[in-house]
Design a protein around this ligand. Structure first.
Ligand code: PLP
Length: 365
């Protein structure tokens, strides 16, 4: 550290120069994050110093966390769901596996996840000493349920289905996984970190949530399509009492036990997540999602006209193509199988799509 502090002006000029090194969102087509909704940014500033790790000191903010869980639980057809605000999909997935593992104490526990699963499940398995069994995908990049069945045995503590896969934006056949989980008496975790804030707002949403009796827990991230500030995730569970298996004593805090993974936790991004939901309501979210889906369709149509076929027709706003030369100046990503991947987040507007297609067309010429 410096021996003597730096003058404020010099400091902020240094910080501004660093901030200018960051990319602006306009040309970022690869991210599942987006600039926060203005209401989220304003709320975040209001709640900057709040700490949900010691909720008795911040009862107002803590009640906003409860409201977030209530709102998202109701969105997932279970207003009485248990839950808490996590730092994102990774923490939610880890915590879901912790609960599943504690519910079924076996000597060599395994979990069965689709090959499309997010890398957070590798971290969860590593931390928790779980064998990760990977179920292959069908030709539409969804989990192949027949092969999956053969991977389940009496040491299987959890199955996972994905709603809005990170790479291809498809939804696994969750109803089928729910039946399987019930038949085999296995915990079913649904990773809807991305799609949980998309699918409920589509015109004809497929059932993927607690209305299916086999679904035990759901990850859903307000800091992705919920346009909150970062970090804002949420883990929901069917039975609020399940969290008690994660409790540790917290003798010097205002609450005597906690089940969360993190100790000190931001209230600002959680309040921001609630603020967006309250401000937009169902019809506002439907409009945002309809816009993203329309832009996704336009992108697919435009790319196919240029000779780049889609890899799959997505269920959510992630488009993938057989194309290995993105135009200069745009950030797209590549899937493990080598497809170009574009996430049509709210900042990826129709104008942005047209500009991208224009540059693709020039690249072609
Ligand atoms: N699950 C899915 C389906 C995701 O797409 C992601 C991130 O993109 C995650 C989990 C991890 O979320 P986070 O980066 O917020 O921890």
């Amino acid at each position: 550290m410096r021996e003597h502090g730096c003058p404020e002006e010099d400091l902020f000029s240094f910080l501004s120069s660093k901030r200018r090194e960051d990319l602006g969102y306009r040309n970022i087509l690869s991210s599942m994050c987006t600039p926060p909704h203005p209401v989220a940014a304003r709320t975040h500033a209001m709640f900057l110093e709040t700490n949900l790790g010691d909720p008795g000191l911040f009862p107002g903010t803590a009640s906003l966390e409860e409201l977030l869980v209530q709102r998202l639980g109701a969105l997932m057809h279970h207003p009485g769901a248990g839950g808490y605000a996590t730092s994102g999909g990774t923490e939610s997935n880890i915590q879901a596996f912790r609960i599943a593992k504690k519910q079924k104490p076996v000597t060599s526990p395994n979990v069965v996840v689709p090959a499309s699963s997010h890398f957070s499940f590798q971290k969860a398995c590593d931390i928790l000493g779980l064998e990760m069994r990977t179920a292959p995908l069908d030709d539409q990049f969804r989990i192949d349920t027949e092969t999956l069945e053969g991977l389940i045995d009496r040491n299987t503590v959890a199955l996972v289905g994905i709603v809005g896969t990170t790479e291809y934006g498809v939804v696994d056949p969750i109803a089928c996984l729910s039946d399987l989980a019930e038949d085999r008496d296995t915990f079913l975790h649904v990773d809807a970190a991305f799609g949980g804030m998309v699918v409920p707002f589509l015109d004809r949403p497929a059932a993927f949530d607690f209305q299916l009796p086999g679904v035990d827990s759901i990850s859903v991230d307000p800091h992705k399509m919920g346009m909150s500030t970062i970090p804002a995730g949420c883990l929901l569970v069917r039975n609020p009492r399940w969290f008690s298996c994660l409790n540790v004593d917290t003798p010097y805090l205002t609450v005597k036990q906690e089940c969360t993974l993190a100790g000190t936790r931001p209230g600002a991004s959680v309040a921001a997540a609630v603020a967006v939901l309250e401000y937009l309501g169902m019809d506002g979210m439907r409009a945002v999602v309809a816009g993203c889906m329309e832009n996704t369709r336009r992108l697919i149509e435009g790319m196919e006209t240029l000779g780049y076929p889609r890899a799959v027709t997505p269920d959510v706003n992630v488009a993938t193509f057989s194309c290995d030369h993105p135009p200069a100046g745009w950030r797209v990503s590549k899937t493990r199988a080598g497809h170009m991947r574009i996430v049509c987040m709210p900042h990826v507007t129709r104008d942005v799509i047209e500009a991208f297609l224009g540059d693709m067309s020039d690249t072609n010429a």
